[in-house]
Design a protein around this ligand. Structure first.
Ligand SMILES: *Cc1c(COP(=O)(O)O)cnc(C)c1O
Length: 388
């Protein structure tokens, strides 16, 4: 096992050359569902793949090390990861969530509340008074998602986690938008970190997956036991592909965020654009916090067109290199219209409260040539036109 190595090295090399059967350099893919016993009452390390699998374990261990956690549980999707992280809540318990959280998270929290499995309060976590009032209700959990989707608002993890802890709440951070390459919430006070590995960690838009990383060993054991009980653990082949994706995480994200910055600056100067949301820009309201707790500004941004919904339609119909699709974090650049796509399942009022306007367009910046992406955006903005 690699000790005291940088995160880049762990991403590339964790598990390499560890095969004891044949000395395979790449960790093998074990598709088996079950394992032989060595003899009567002599179970080996693994007995059944729902409970444990060597391929999935290399992935879990790699992500745990990248996040600086005691252990990680690999599950079948990001939503399954969030649901697993909520499993400790009981009827009457309260969770504090961001008002502008991922729409699937918003739907899950509301659905579980409707079944009276726990209570939820959605707040703007940068609003001191709202946070204070929510924490005064003695919540069991506080969920942070930073930067937020799609407006890229940043929450100060250290400060918010300290306040939550003082109120007796445990802290979960959804680190999907940055990945451990750019942000490590456990070092900032998180108890659990969750990811949709579907996004930057796998990075190739070909696996749905999730992970819960625990800071404490006891939490890791409890999460492992519950994931085995409910059967949400991830498939070995998915784990194999996701580990393959992680090998290039740092190289991908560095290049993608460099292009994202160039795009943000280009959009800022463009007359057809009325607002740009990218924490890397000096005038973004979260710029200072982002700079202090992240090691990069990431490859996600959003902007508003001056020409309204009609302009949005002309824009998305004109792009050629960007592809109109939900999701993010892959090698290919995607464009999404949150109001009708990713955030359509939120109520109109909830969208308005979160500040998601109908003119907002979200970009996930990929690995294509920067000049090609800029000229694609320039052409689409010309088609979108100026003020409606
Ligand atoms: C995509 C996403 C999820 C859900 O993950 P799935 O893998 O689609 O289930 C959760 N949180 C954030 C921030 C996401 O972007």
């Amino acid at each position: 096992m690699l000790r005291n190595k940088s995160r880049e090295t762990i991403a590339v090399a964790n598990g390499i050359g560890g095969d004891t059967a044949f000395g395979a350099v790449t960790p093998p893919l074990y598709l088996t569902t079950t394992y032989t016993f060595d003899g009567f009452e002599r179970a080996r390390t693994y007995d059944y793949t729902r409970a444990g699998n060597p391929t999935r374990d290399v992935l879990a261990q790699t992500i745990a090390r990248l996040e600086g956690g005691a252990g990680a549980v690999v599950v079948s999707s990001g939503m399954a990861a969030i649901d697993l992280a909520l499993a400790s809540l009981q009827p009457g318990d309260l969770i504090v969530a961001p008002h502008d959280c991922y729409a699937g998270t918003w739907r899950l929290l509301n659905a579980r509340q409707a079944k009276r499995q726990f209570d939820v309060v959605f707040i703007d976590q940068n609003n001191e008074a709202a946070l204070g009032a929510a924490l005064a209700r003695s919540p069991k959990l506080l969920l942070i998602e930073t930067p937020s989707n799609p407006l890229m608002r940043v929450v100060d993890i250290r400060k918010t986690a300290e306040r939550a802890r003082a109120a007796g709440a445990r802290v979960i951070v959804d680190n999907t938008f940055l990945s451990p390459a750019l942000q490590q919430p456990i070092g900032l006070g998180a108890d659990l970190v969750i990811h949709s590995t579907t996004k930057f960690l796998n990075g190739h838009s070909d696996v749905i997956g999730g992970v819960v990383v625990a800071a404490a060993h006891k939490d890791f054991e409890d999460l492992t036991a519950w994931a085995t009980t409910t059967g949400v653990t991830g498939a070995p082949f998915d784990a194999y592909l996701t580990l393959r994706g992680i090998r290039t995480l740092f190289a991908r994200i560095e290049r993608q965020q460099a292009t994202a910055r160039a795009i943000a600056e280009f959009l800022l100067r463009h007359p057809a654009v009325s607002a740009v949301h990218y924490p890397g820009l000096a005038d973004h309201p979260s710029h200072a916090i982002a700079k202090s707790q992240q090691s990069g500004f990431g490859a996600m941004l959003s902007f508003e067109v001056a020409s309204g919904v009609a302009g949005v339609r002309r824009f998305v119909e004109a792009v050629e290199v960007f592809t109109l699709a939900e999701s993010l974090g892959g090698i290919e650049s995607l464009v999404a219209h949150p109001a009708t796509m990713t955030h359509a399942s939120m109520s109109v009022e909830a969208r308005a409260e979160a500040g998601i306007s109908d003119s907002l367009i979200r970009l996930s910046v990929g690995l294509e040539n920067e000049a090609d992406l800029l000229s694609d955006l320039g052409g689409a903005l010309a088609a979108a036109g100026g003020i409606a």
